[in-house]
Write a protein that binds this ligand. Structure first.
Ligand SMILES: Cc1cc2nc3c(=O)[nH]c(=O)nc-3n(C[C@H](O)[C@H](O)[C@H](O)COP(=O)(O)O)c2cc1C
Length: 188
């Protein structure tokens, strides 16, 4: 836990507005949260409360070291966020030994190792993972950011206007064109 809060402290000292905890893609925090991956039998495994114990302790440790977010400090009114898997496959979806694989499995906004979660190929349709943000927004009161294969500003504006997400997150698009957002703003 101290390693997380010390890292967040360094991020804050470096002048960043916020930190995002990686609690998706099968990394440590998501391994604790997932009933599919967490096989522990102690107080960190089993019930929802137990599985959330470690991630919540990490958040607590960061807030103690870096301070809590001030309610109006930034556009998202928060200084921290978490990247979480919006979907998961159940153990029942695991291919049975010897079962024939479907040629192109359905992409899932879940964990690494499942089709789609981390490195979705370019042939995936634009916004294929937005269904997860839309579902998440129905059950939380905090801003939700969708990501994965969002290519056109027009499409992003559309899903924002439809209330499917509060913000959009881009990866490869801004690596390919760091002026993506500026061009979108200016209509270029
Ligand atoms: C080469 C590569 C490395 C990535 N590494 C990470 C990573 O370390 N952590 C993470 O959360 N996502 C990682 N991603 C996933 C991206 O954050 C992003 O979710 C994904 O590329 C889909 O969004 P995009 O279509 O806007 O790029 C990686 C993606 C690629 C292509």
């Amino acid at each position: 836990m101290d390693l997380f809060s010390e890292a967040a402290w360094r991020v804050k000292q470096a002048g960043f507005d916020a930190v995002e905890l990686h609690a998706a893609h099968g990394y440590l925090l998501s391994e604790f949260m997932s009933p599919y991956l967490n096989m522990r039998t102690d107080r960190f495994g089993g019930s929802f409360e137990n599985r959330m114990r470690f991630p919540l302790a990490v958040i607590d440790s960061i807030q103690k070291k870096c301070g809590r977010a001030s309610p109006s400090s930034s556009a998202t009114r928060s200084r921290s966020g978490a990247r979480a898997a919006g979907d998961r496959r159940g153990a029942g979806d695991r291919p049975r030994p010897g079962a024939r694989r479907r040629r192109r499995p359905r992409p899932v906004a879940g964990h690494a190792g499942e089709p789609g979660a981390g490195f979705d190929p370019m042939h995936y349709p634009q916004g294929w993972a937005t269904y997860a943000a839309e579902a998440t927004k129905k059950v939380v009161k905090i801003p939700v950011i969708t990501s994965h294969s969002l290519r056109d500003p027009e499409y992003c504006e559309q899903i924002l206007a439809e209330g499917k997400t509060d913000l959009v997150g881009l990866g490869r698009q801004v690596l390919a064109d760091p002026y993506w957002a500026a061009k979108a703003k200016l209509g270029g």
